[in-house]
Design a protein around this ligand. Structure first.
Ligand code: ACM
Length: 272
Protein backbone atom coordinates (compact mmCIF):
# COMPACT_ATOMS: atom_id res chain seq x y z
CA UNK A 1 0.00 0.00 0.00
CA UNK A 2 1.28 3.43 -0.86
CA UNK A 3 1.04 5.28 2.45
CA UNK A 4 -0.05 8.62 1.03
CA UNK A 5 -3.44 9.30 -0.48
CA UNK A 6 -4.72 12.61 -1.84
CA UNK A 7 -8.31 12.70 -0.68
CA UNK A 8 -10.96 15.33 -0.27
CA UNK A 9 -14.53 16.56 -0.42
CA UNK A 10 -16.75 18.62 -2.63
CA UNK A 11 -19.32 20.74 -0.82
CA UNK A 12 -22.21 22.27 -2.74
CA UNK A 13 -25.97 22.78 -2.54
CA UNK A 14 -27.79 20.39 -4.91
CA UNK A 15 -31.03 21.93 -6.13
CA UNK A 16 -34.19 19.93 -5.45
CA UNK A 17 -35.77 18.84 -8.72
CA UNK A 18 -32.95 20.07 -10.99
CA UNK A 19 -30.84 17.00 -11.82
CA UNK A 20 -29.27 18.61 -14.88
CA UNK A 21 -28.12 21.64 -12.84
CA UNK A 22 -26.70 19.27 -10.22
CA UNK A 23 -24.93 17.19 -12.86
CA UNK A 24 -23.32 20.28 -14.41
CA UNK A 25 -22.34 21.66 -11.01
CA UNK A 26 -20.67 18.33 -10.16
CA UNK A 27 -18.61 18.51 -13.37
CA UNK A 28 -17.53 22.06 -12.56
CA UNK A 29 -16.46 21.15 -9.02
CA UNK A 30 -14.83 17.84 -10.00
CA UNK A 31 -12.73 19.80 -12.49
CA UNK A 32 -11.30 21.60 -9.48
CA UNK A 33 -10.47 18.25 -7.84
CA UNK A 34 -8.41 16.64 -10.59
CA UNK A 35 -5.40 16.08 -8.32
CA UNK A 36 -7.40 13.96 -5.81
CA UNK A 37 -7.06 10.18 -5.70
CA UNK A 38 -10.38 9.98 -3.83
CA UNK A 39 -13.04 12.68 -3.85
CA UNK A 40 -16.41 12.60 -2.08
CA UNK A 41 -19.65 14.39 -3.05
CA UNK A 42 -22.70 14.95 -0.78
CA UNK A 43 -25.69 12.67 -0.15
CA UNK A 44 -28.42 12.66 -2.85
CA UNK A 45 -26.20 14.87 -5.00
CA UNK A 46 -28.25 14.15 -8.13
CA UNK A 47 -31.71 14.97 -6.82
CA UNK A 48 -31.74 17.18 -3.73
CA UNK A 49 -33.07 15.97 -0.38
CA UNK A 50 -36.34 17.24 1.03
CA UNK A 51 -38.90 15.74 -1.37
CA UNK A 52 -42.48 16.96 -1.23
CA UNK A 53 -43.82 13.41 -1.47
CA UNK A 54 -42.99 9.93 -2.69
CA UNK A 55 -44.00 10.80 -6.25
CA UNK A 56 -41.39 13.56 -6.38
CA UNK A 57 -38.74 11.31 -4.84
CA UNK A 58 -39.55 8.66 -7.45
CA UNK A 59 -39.49 11.12 -10.35
CA UNK A 60 -36.03 12.29 -9.28
CA UNK A 61 -34.56 8.81 -8.74
CA UNK A 62 -32.19 7.13 -11.19
CA UNK A 63 -31.35 3.56 -11.98
CA UNK A 64 -27.58 3.41 -11.41
CA UNK A 65 -26.90 1.52 -14.65
CA UNK A 66 -28.79 4.13 -16.70
CA UNK A 67 -28.09 7.30 -14.72
CA UNK A 68 -26.82 10.37 -16.63
CA UNK A 69 -25.38 11.58 -13.32
CA UNK A 70 -23.38 8.38 -12.76
CA UNK A 71 -22.30 8.32 -16.44
CA UNK A 72 -20.87 11.82 -16.00
CA UNK A 73 -19.01 10.82 -12.86
CA UNK A 74 -17.61 7.74 -14.62
CA UNK A 75 -16.25 10.03 -17.33
CA UNK A 76 -14.76 12.41 -14.76
CA UNK A 77 -13.17 9.51 -12.83
CA UNK A 78 -11.58 8.36 -16.09
CA UNK A 79 -10.36 11.84 -17.07
CA UNK A 80 -8.99 12.59 -13.59
CA UNK A 81 -7.82 8.99 -12.98
CA UNK A 82 -9.44 8.98 -9.55
CA UNK A 83 -12.07 7.37 -7.32
CA UNK A 84 -15.32 9.26 -6.76
CA UNK A 85 -17.85 8.57 -4.03
CA UNK A 86 -21.26 10.16 -4.44
CA UNK A 87 -24.68 10.03 -2.87
CA UNK A 88 -27.54 9.25 -5.26
CA UNK A 89 -31.30 8.76 -5.12
CA UNK A 90 -31.27 5.20 -6.45
CA UNK A 91 -34.21 3.47 -8.12
CA UNK A 92 -34.13 -0.32 -8.15
CA UNK A 93 -37.27 -1.79 -9.69
CA UNK A 94 -40.08 0.10 -7.94
CA UNK A 95 -38.01 0.74 -4.81
CA UNK A 96 -35.89 3.74 -3.84
CA UNK A 97 -32.69 3.65 -1.80
CA UNK A 98 -30.56 6.45 -0.41
CA UNK A 99 -27.31 5.13 -1.86
CA UNK A 100 -23.62 5.92 -2.09
CA UNK A 101 -21.75 4.75 -5.20
CA UNK A 102 -18.00 4.15 -5.52
CA UNK A 103 -16.71 4.87 -9.02
CA UNK A 104 -13.16 4.31 -10.28
CA UNK A 105 -11.35 5.17 -13.51
CA UNK A 106 -12.68 1.91 -15.00
CA UNK A 107 -16.28 2.35 -13.85
CA UNK A 108 -18.53 1.45 -10.91
CA UNK A 109 -16.83 -0.54 -8.15
CA UNK A 110 -19.67 -0.88 -5.69
CA UNK A 111 -22.33 0.78 -3.61
CA UNK A 112 -23.71 1.12 -0.11
CA UNK A 113 -27.36 1.73 0.78
CA UNK A 114 -28.08 3.91 3.82
CA UNK A 115 -28.96 1.65 6.73
CA UNK A 116 -30.19 4.26 9.22
CA UNK A 117 -32.85 6.47 7.65
CA UNK A 118 -33.56 9.93 9.10
CA UNK A 119 -36.96 11.50 9.75
CA UNK A 120 -39.04 11.82 6.54
CA UNK A 121 -36.67 9.55 4.61
CA UNK A 122 -38.81 6.65 5.89
CA UNK A 123 -41.59 7.97 3.60
CA UNK A 124 -39.43 7.70 0.47
CA UNK A 125 -36.71 5.10 0.86
CA UNK A 126 -36.30 1.45 1.77
CA UNK A 127 -33.84 0.77 4.58
CA UNK A 128 -30.40 -0.25 3.29
CA UNK A 129 -30.07 -3.99 2.78
CA UNK A 130 -26.41 -4.51 1.87
CA UNK A 131 -24.74 -4.31 5.29
CA UNK A 132 -21.51 -2.30 5.43
CA UNK A 133 -19.25 -3.37 2.54
CA UNK A 134 -15.57 -2.41 2.50
CA UNK A 135 -13.75 -2.07 -0.84
CA UNK A 136 -10.06 -2.62 -1.45
CA UNK A 137 -8.56 -0.17 -3.92
CA UNK A 138 -4.86 0.30 -4.61
CA UNK A 139 -3.98 -1.52 -1.40
CA UNK A 140 -6.15 0.45 0.98
CA UNK A 141 -9.66 -0.19 2.24
CA UNK A 142 -12.58 2.19 1.82
CA UNK A 143 -16.01 2.02 3.45
CA UNK A 144 -19.04 4.29 3.07
CA UNK A 145 -21.66 5.70 5.43
CA UNK A 146 -24.41 8.16 4.59
CA UNK A 147 -25.23 11.14 6.78
CA UNK A 148 -27.31 10.05 9.83
CA UNK A 149 -25.51 6.70 9.89
CA UNK A 150 -22.83 8.68 11.74
CA UNK A 151 -24.73 8.43 15.03
CA UNK A 152 -24.50 4.63 15.25
CA UNK A 153 -21.13 3.45 16.62
CA UNK A 154 -21.81 -0.07 15.34
CA UNK A 155 -21.55 1.12 11.74
CA UNK A 156 -18.08 2.59 12.27
CA UNK A 157 -16.94 -0.36 14.33
CA UNK A 158 -17.94 -3.02 11.85
CA UNK A 159 -16.08 -1.29 9.05
CA UNK A 160 -13.01 -0.80 11.24
CA UNK A 161 -13.20 -4.53 12.06
CA UNK A 162 -13.28 -5.22 8.31
CA UNK A 163 -10.05 -3.25 7.98
CA UNK A 164 -11.36 0.02 6.57
CA UNK A 165 -8.71 2.74 6.54
CA UNK A 166 -11.03 5.49 5.30
CA UNK A 167 -14.77 6.06 5.60
CA UNK A 168 -16.33 8.25 2.89
CA UNK A 169 -19.43 9.94 4.27
CA UNK A 170 -21.72 11.74 1.78
CA UNK A 171 -24.06 13.86 3.89
CA UNK A 172 -26.92 16.32 4.04
CA UNK A 173 -26.42 17.07 7.75
CA UNK A 174 -29.23 18.69 9.68
CA UNK A 175 -28.44 18.00 13.36
CA UNK A 176 -25.62 20.13 14.76
CA UNK A 177 -23.46 17.37 16.27
CA UNK A 178 -21.79 15.37 13.50
CA UNK A 179 -18.87 17.75 13.14
CA UNK A 180 -18.01 16.98 16.78
CA UNK A 181 -18.91 13.29 16.82
CA UNK A 182 -17.33 11.93 13.64
CA UNK A 183 -13.76 12.76 14.77
CA UNK A 184 -14.47 10.76 17.94
CA UNK A 185 -15.63 7.74 15.92
CA UNK A 186 -12.37 8.09 13.98
CA UNK A 187 -10.36 8.28 17.19
CA UNK A 188 -11.89 5.23 18.86
CA UNK A 189 -11.58 3.15 15.69
CA UNK A 190 -8.28 4.70 14.50
CA UNK A 191 -9.51 5.43 10.97
CA UNK A 192 -9.87 8.42 8.64
CA UNK A 193 -13.20 9.92 7.54
CA UNK A 194 -14.27 12.40 4.89
CA UNK A 195 -17.65 14.00 5.48
CA UNK A 196 -18.85 15.73 2.29
CA UNK A 197 -21.81 17.79 3.37
CA UNK A 198 -24.18 20.13 1.56
CA UNK A 199 -25.35 23.57 2.58
CA UNK A 200 -28.41 25.72 1.89
CA UNK A 201 -32.10 25.43 2.72
CA UNK A 202 -34.68 23.25 0.97
CA UNK A 203 -38.38 23.56 1.81
CA UNK A 204 -37.52 24.88 5.31
CA UNK A 205 -34.82 22.29 6.08
CA UNK A 206 -31.38 23.88 6.54
CA UNK A 207 -28.17 21.91 6.07
CA UNK A 208 -25.04 22.70 8.04
CA UNK A 209 -22.19 22.82 5.48
CA UNK A 210 -18.81 22.65 7.27
CA UNK A 211 -17.68 19.50 5.45
CA UNK A 212 -14.55 18.11 7.05
CA UNK A 213 -11.88 15.43 7.20
CA UNK A 214 -10.88 13.63 10.41
CA UNK A 215 -7.82 11.57 11.25
CA UNK A 216 -7.31 8.43 13.38
CA UNK A 217 -6.33 10.55 16.39
CA UNK A 218 -9.64 12.41 16.30
CA UNK A 219 -8.29 15.61 14.83
CA UNK A 220 -10.28 17.66 12.32
CA UNK A 221 -7.77 18.16 9.53
CA UNK A 222 -9.73 20.73 7.53
CA UNK A 223 -13.18 22.20 7.41
CA UNK A 224 -15.34 24.01 4.83
CA UNK A 225 -17.37 27.18 5.41
CA UNK A 226 -21.02 26.94 6.41
CA UNK A 227 -22.64 28.42 3.37
CA UNK A 228 -20.77 28.13 0.10
CA UNK A 229 -19.26 25.75 -2.44
CA UNK A 230 -15.90 24.35 -1.47
CA UNK A 231 -13.36 21.77 -2.64
CA UNK A 232 -10.59 20.67 -0.28
CA UNK A 233 -7.96 18.00 -0.82
CA UNK A 234 -5.29 16.80 1.63
CA UNK A 235 -2.52 14.21 1.73
CA UNK A 236 -3.59 11.49 4.16
CA UNK A 237 -0.96 9.22 5.69
CA UNK A 238 -2.87 5.95 5.65
CA UNK A 239 -0.27 4.23 7.81
CA UNK A 240 -1.87 6.05 10.74
CA UNK A 241 -5.04 4.00 10.25
CA UNK A 242 -3.02 0.79 10.58
CA UNK A 243 -1.67 1.78 14.00
CA UNK A 244 -4.31 0.45 16.35
CA UNK A 245 -2.26 0.48 19.57
CA UNK A 246 -3.61 3.10 22.00
CA UNK A 247 -0.87 2.34 24.53
CA UNK A 248 1.81 -0.38 24.27
CA UNK A 249 -0.75 -2.68 25.97
CA UNK A 250 -4.08 -1.52 24.55
CA UNK A 251 -5.33 -2.36 21.07
CA UNK A 252 -8.30 -0.30 19.83
CA UNK A 253 -10.09 -3.30 18.33
CA UNK A 254 -8.61 -6.50 19.73
CA UNK A 255 -9.10 -5.48 23.37
CA UNK A 256 -12.86 -5.49 22.95
CA UNK A 257 -14.64 -7.94 25.25
CA UNK A 258 -17.57 -9.35 23.25
CA UNK A 259 -18.07 -12.02 25.94
CA UNK A 260 -19.10 -9.19 28.29
CA UNK A 261 -21.26 -7.26 25.83
CA UNK A 262 -24.70 -8.69 26.55
CA UNK A 263 -27.89 -7.00 25.31
CA UNK A 264 -26.33 -5.88 22.01
CA UNK A 265 -29.09 -7.51 19.97
CA UNK A 266 -31.99 -6.08 21.96
CA UNK A 267 -34.06 -2.91 21.75
CA UNK A 268 -34.58 -0.99 24.95
CA UNK A 269 -37.91 0.09 26.34
CA UNK A 270 -37.78 3.24 28.43
CA UNK A 271 -40.71 4.64 30.42
CA UNK A 272 -42.35 7.62 28.66
C1 ACM B 1 -29.59 12.99 7.09
O1 ACM B 1 -29.38 11.82 7.41
N1 ACM B 1 -29.57 13.37 5.84
C2 ACM B 1 -29.88 14.00 8.11
Amino acid sequence: MSSSLKAGFIQFAPILGEPETNRKKSIELLSRASEADVIVLPELANSGYNFKDKAQAYALSENISESPFIETLKEMAGINNQFIVTGINERDGGKLFNTSVLIGPEGILGKYRKVHLFLNEFDFFEKGNMGFPVFEINGFKLGMLICFDWIFPEAWRIMAMKGADLICHPSNLVLPYAQQAVPVHCMVNRIFAITANRYGTERKVTFSGRSFMSDPLGQTLCSAPENRDDVQILDLNLNLARQKMITPRNHALNDRRPDQYHFMNQSIDLPE
